[in-house]
Design a protein around this ligand. Structure first.
Ligand code: SF4
Length: 446
């Protein structure tokens, strides 16, 4: 979500005539787009912000903008006191305050300022920043902002606000605009993406949205994340199964493998309901190779999590054999229910131990799943060249590297997998069977 937000700000600033630089020393405006989902992320943001102070002391005209979840949606008075050298504070997904600050020059007439502001933050017509135009292959498109679920450990609803779905027309216009600038794949984003449209009376749901976006000419692939187990409907799975551009990769976090821990997290489902869902996804989407891939998230060391409860999480992960597991050690976030009402009784050492044992397990599981790709041919969309090799993804979101003299960016090509590891694969370009047939036919006719 932050990648998509940063792109929007960058694009808004280009409309005002600014150019992008990675060197803070060269910049007239520095934007720090922050994540505070864990304490370590917040510490990093504070560290970066503090490191900018000497620069601001030397160049008082420099504009520093703090943006994102560290600011949140409920005002920034405390942050203003703590960081008086910051000029602008912006909530997540909102370039508005920065644009207003940069266009407030009194010598410009009000109408021009308003036009600049409107163009700079206009939705649905996203012009990519110059360095990404005709280069970016895969783009993120937020479709649901905020979250109203309020899991007890999570700070996101406090910082990103209540759930708001974007209008279909706006999303489709943005996707069309991205495709016109060279994008081949979009990932529709939401904290609970499968709740898309629930806040719009008689609005379309995610399955309907996927059907609509699927019609965009020139778009090759569509993904969506992150799903919540309670909102994954049969219609949604049907859309993934039936629409060729929708990739069979589902991100659906379980968070824990013990019913009491899940209830304490207020996730809203049980382990057996989650297991049933995974079976259903595989039944519906696993026809043929490579079938569907499923990713999950797990938090270890939630307050009150006993060793035997953690063991159930371990056993669940071993049983379900997910393609990917994003693992996190519980980190208390100020203001959340877990922080206010629960006792943090799992030591850091225990959290690390649990984290490492899941990490080891998942490495083995991912390695075994990926080994099934060895020798097989898969379709890969290539995104960019990284250190002399072309990087792309399979339909199932597996990372593949291929050596090639000719540029592959933006192409979907068949690749024969020659090596697999838990986190990536290598392969070589394979012949397209249909191309061989047509060449032979051409030779016969001539
Ligand atoms: S569903 Fe739960 S974990 Fe996900 S963003 Fe909402 S509150 Fe946070």
């Amino acid at each position: 979500m932050n990648v998509a937000d940063s792109q929007r700000v960058e694009s808004a600033l280009e409309r005002l005539g600014y150019n992008f630089t990675l060197r803070p020393g060269d910049a007239d405006v520095i934007i720090l787009n922050t994540c505070v989902v864990r304490q370590s992320a917040e510490d990093k943001a504070v560290g970066r912000l503090s490191s900018l102070k000497p620069l601001k002391d030397r160049r008082p005209n420099l504009v520093i903008n703090l943006m994102g979840c560290m600011v949140g949606v409920k005002g920034s008075q405390q942050l203003q006191k703590r960081f008086p050298y910051v000029d602008v504070f912006s909530p997540p997904s909102d370039p508005g305050p920065l644009i207003a600050h940069l266009t407030q020059d009194e010598s410009r007439d009000r109408e021009q300022v308003e036009t600049d502001q409107r163009h700079a933050i206009m939705d649905g017509d996203l012009i990519l920043p110059a360095h990404q135009r005709d280069r970016l292959i895969s783009a993120f498109v937020p479709v649901v902002l905020g979250c109203s679920h309020a899991c007890t450990f999570c700070i996101i609803p406090y910082r990103r606000g209540v759930e708001r779905s974007r209008a279909v027309e706006e999303i489709v216009a943005e996707v069309r605009s991205l495709v016109a600038q060279g994008v081949k794949e979009v990932t529709l984003l939401g904290q609970i993406v499968d709740r898309y449209g629930k806040d719009i009376p008689d609005g379309p749901d995610l399955a309907a949205l996927l059907n609509i976006v699927h019609e965009v000419d020139g778009l090759e692939r569509i993904r969506f994340l992150t799903s919540h187990p309670n909102w994954m409907t049969d219609e949604l799975l049907d859309a993934v199964a039936e629409l060729p551009k929708i990739m069979a990769h589902i991100e659906v976090p379980v968070q824990a493998g013990d019913d009491q821990v899940l209830a304490d997290m207020r996730r809203g489902y049980t382990v057996s309901e989650y297991t049933h869902l995974v079976e259903k996804i595989r039944d519906r989407l696993n026809g043929g190779f490579p079938g569907v891939s499923i990713a999950t998230d797990i938090i270890v060391g939630f307050p009150g999590e006993k060793q035997n409860q953690f063991q159930r999480t371990y056993d669940l992960l071993a049983e379900l054999k997910m393609d990917v597991a994003h693992l996190a050690r519980y980190s208390p976030r100020s203001g959340t229910v877990a922080d206010r009402r629960m006792v943090e009784d799992v030591t850091e050492e225990e959290k690390w131990e649990r984290f490492r044992s899941l990490e080891e397990l998942q490495e083995q599981v991912s390695g075994e799943i990926n080994q099934r790709y060895l020798g097989k041919q898969v379709e890969v969309l290539f995104e960019e060249e990284v250190r002399g090799r072309w990087k792309g993804r399979t339909t199932t979101n597996k990372l593949v590297f291929v050596e090639s003299e000719r540029p592959l960016q933006g192409q979907i090509l068949p690749v024969r997998i020659t090596w697999t590891g838990p986190w990536s694969m290598q392969g070589r370009l394979a012949q397209k069977e249909s191309t061989q047939v047509s060449i032979e036919m051409l030779a016969t006719t001539s």
